[in-house]
Write a protein that binds this ligand. Sequence first.
Ligand code: NI
Length: 210
Amino acid sequence: MKRAFSAPVLIGALATLAAIGLVAIVVVQQLRSNDAQNAGLAMPDVKIGGPFSLIDSDGKAVTEADFKGKYRLMYFGYSFCPDVCPTDLQIVGNAMLDLEDMDPDGASKVVPMFISVDPKRDKPDMLKDFVANFHPRMVGLTGSEKQVAEVAKAFRVYYKLNEPDEDGNYLVDHSAFIYFMGPDGEYLTMFKHGEASKKVADTIENLISG
Ligand code: NI
């Protein structure tokens, strides 16, 4: 009996098919990640935000209902953060100052908020001093570990406490997006770490006056 293909030809053909398949997978993954990058900031597939129960910097219990009717410019981090949080909170503060210049009435409807993902160290009175560095109206929120875990989950915030050093100090890995939420707590948009504060202010101005 005569074989249609010799073994080397078959192996060669299979290898070629496998290579084409691999390239196709890589291309598809590339396209997907480009789509995610292009669409991700404005239109996430996942729901961001939701009800929360936390403690403000006066030690008072607050929920999302306390901010009803106000836009919220929200950032999650921790006060001991060496660089990422101070950078982004400065952006939030500067964006608020820009907005106050452009549209004082609109700016008064926006509450800048910092939510700690390190409630073990970020106690209410500490947060009060910390947020005052960035904007006079910035609200500092913390809570129990469970409350913080729940609000982080609702906002798709990743955070992870690292092992403490010999002095008990530790870093916290965390995602670094600035969320802009509407008067009913609905997601409007978000900004990436290091975004220009003027762009944040302009985007907000468009959303609140549009
Ligand atoms: Ni940080």
